[in-house]
Design a protein around this ligand. Sequence first.
Ligand code: 5GP
Length: 206
Amino acid sequence: MNERPGVGNQGVLLVLSAPSGAGKTSISREILRMFPELRFSVSCTTRPPRPGEVDGKDYYFISPEEFRRRIAAGEFVEWVENYGQFYGTAKKTLDAFLAKGGDLLLDIEPRGAKAIREQYPDAVFIFIMPPSIAELKSRLEKRGESAAAMECRLRTSLDEIREALCYDYIIFNERLPEAVDRFRAIYLAEKSRRDRCADRVAAFFR
Ligand code: 5GP
């Protein structure tokens, strides 16, 4: 039995972060489609759903009161306040999957990723980078937000990019298919690590 969570023959815990405008959602959508055994960790948030978002699939949309109650009850493995809204990962979601040997993808921002690193040292941390500041600006402009909102997003994005070097892997998303390929390669390599295959090797000889 392993004493540390996320170590040994348990599943791969992938932690993905990226500033807005880096193309993270397109990459993770494609990866989740390719690997049905890789499950998406559905976070809780107090922000209202965007058009097309589904409760229980994209997020668990809960009230600020309920979010605070869950913080007080110690139900989150990590939580942050971001853009004036709360976001958090439930401990239950994470431990249930890992105990079963499942693989889990967390899409969280860098402060949350740091908290996960402390509690799950064998998690795999991937950061998606936009190819350049000019390209990041142009992608953010296409969202059609006000100049002030865009300026704020750009500043937050640049702050998040400063955290990139704390991650295990960095993917520059110049072209989506190549970025997806790199993500896929990282995932498969991590699944093939000796410590994650030890049980299977032992079973081979039984
Ligand atoms: P959005 O509101 O655009 O869906 O997400 C805003 C940011 O919150 C993104 O960077 C996303 O990765 C992050 N985020 C989503 N869920 C969580 C979570 O459970 N914990 C943390 N720390 N960040 C989250």
